[in-house]
Design a protein around this ligand. Structure first.
Ligand code: CAA
Length: 257
């Protein structure tokens, strides 16, 4: 039996997923996304799961989709299989996801990072969408998610030149949320994940939904959506607990109800 493409480890309310093809710099294969979805689609419904951290190795978060797997494919095969469509299932999961990035996050690796809610990266991390150098273009959401995050000019620069971006530039551009020392990346991401997982799950899920709505709708529609879901949180006991705990000057205990 071949090695699994991912390794998962539950730590209290957080799931740590480590991409596990170090010899291929964690190139994302059909098996990788099949294993991710098989694990995460049911996990997404687990009320006790509060956050997911995805990481790679010291050298590579992931150096892209698996080029060797795609090399000999025909247009017909790619179209018939709707190649990469499974990644949409992953992107639509509701549980918050943090990418913990060391080394290369290129092509599909960068696009996987863009499917997470935010990224914490090490100083040696390198980012890019170099598909153009292979005679193709990004196909896992990069042309859509990257400009929304860093703006059109920088996205065009990265996608059309295929250049690699260093960690400082990625932080300044807003591609990653935090930059830390390489050996602190996973621990920092796990701490952030535990913090998120400690809050009210309904509030966390709806806050995510509201932020994500900004990519889809006008400002007035988005703020209306925000207000309505904000109102809906007053149907939860976590709202009562959070506000009562503040007034009583004690830490809240959220139950997810
Ligand atoms: N797919 C398949 N295998 C890959 C890979 C990828 N994306 N990236 C690296 N590997 C493999 C290499 O083939 C090599 O395997 P072998 O030892 O069997 O030859 C192994 O990983 C180590 O790689 P290198 O020897 O190349 O390592 P390096 O340190 O010299 O270079 C690198 C590192 C600059 C990241 C280089 O590996 C590289 O350029 N990788 C490809 C990056 C890329 O083009 N990514 C985009 C892929 S297409 C895509 O992602 C489409 C999409 O939109 C989703």
């Amino acid at each position: 039996m071949s090695e699994p493409s991912i390794i998962s480890e539950r730590r209290d309310r957080v799931l740590l997923i480590t991409l596990n093809r170090p010899g291929q710099l964690n190139a994302l294969s059909a098996d990788t996304i099949a294993e991710l979805n098989a694990l995460l689609v049911p996990a997404d419904k687990d009320p006790s799961l509060g956050c997911i951290v995805i990481t790679g190795s010291e050298k590579a978060f992931a150096a892209g989709a698996d080029i060797k797997e795609m090399q000999d494919k025909s247009y017909q095969a790619m179209a018939r299989q709707d190649y990469f469509a499974e990644w949409e299932t992953f992107a639509r999961l509701r549980t918050p996801r943090i990418a913990a990035v060391n080394g290369y996050a290129l092509g599909g690796g960068c696009e996987l990072m863009l499917m997470c809610d935010f990224a914490i990266a090490g100083r040696s991390a390198r980012f890019g969408l170099p598909e153009i150098k292979l005679g193709v273009m990004p196909g896992m959401g990069g042309t859509q998610r990257l400009p929304r995050l860093v703006g059109r000019a920088l996205a065009m620069d990265l996608i059309l030149t295929g250049r690699t971006m260093e960690a400082d530039e990625a932080l300044a551009a807003g591609l990653v949320a935090r930059l830390v020392e390489d050996d602190a990346v996973v621990e920092t991401a796990l701490q952030a994940a535990q913090t998120i997982a400690g809050y009210s799950k309904p509030a966390t899920l709806l806050a995510r939904d509201a932020v994500n709505r900004a990519d889809e709708v006008s400002l007035s529609e988005g703020t209306l959506f925000e207000r309505r879901v904000f109102h809906s949180l007053f149907a939860t006991s976590d709202q009562r607990e959070g506000m009562t705990a503040f007034v009583e000057k004690r830490p809240p205990v959220f139950t997810g109800n």
